[in-house]
Design a protein around this ligand. Sequence first.
Ligand SMILES: [Zn+2]
Length: 245
Amino acid sequence: MSTSYSESISQIYRIRERAKNWTSGSIFITVTVASSKNNNLPLEIDLTETIGHNKRVPIADQRGDRNCYWLQSHINENSEEFRRKCINPLFASACWRAGFLIHAQYESKHKCIRFECNRSQHHSEERESQYFKNRERYVRDPSKPPVPRVWRKSSRPILGKEERWFLPLQQSGSRNHCGHIKEPPEHLRIQCHLAPTNEVQISSDALKAQVPISATSSLFHERTGMSLESHQLRYLQQKNLKKDL
Ligand SMILES: [Zn+2]
């Protein structure tokens, strides 16, 4: 049976469209997670298994090994710089290996970092519009007494004195992606600030030592499997120059 050119093209188009709706496979994250709160031994966990349970973060006095994965004890600060250098890249690298890029947003009210797929505006469009449609609105009606706004209790992913970061064993979020395809990691360009900090530092030092951009790019790729575009490396070079001034 022969297939016309236009039929083949529409078939490819349909396959591509179908591929834009997928569920995250395993997202493995090692070394950053301790085997228990009191044991710092590295543990490999699958992040995907924690997502999609529609559960709230366990409240402070109920957190333990049965409902939390603890990040290792040296990951113990909550400054903007620390989060940017030491926490965000761990999750960004794990998701990069799983075929998508994420961005990180710190929610100071809840002391937690929210990670979202860079293309998340496409995710669960139907569910999102339903949510906004049903959401309670606090519109003032001058003829009625004001309705007191009920604030939900905030959760604190950092524990008081111990400053210990954790991941709930079961959390909300969605494992589904739609509107974009799963990419092989080598096709994904990670942002410099989400790439492994020590490796970016090595590249930055190489540029400072007059290693050409193309060689630095190969070095970074060889060590991480990730690629940085030449304009990203040029930016690092300029940053070095500014520091030297
Ligand atoms: Zn996605």
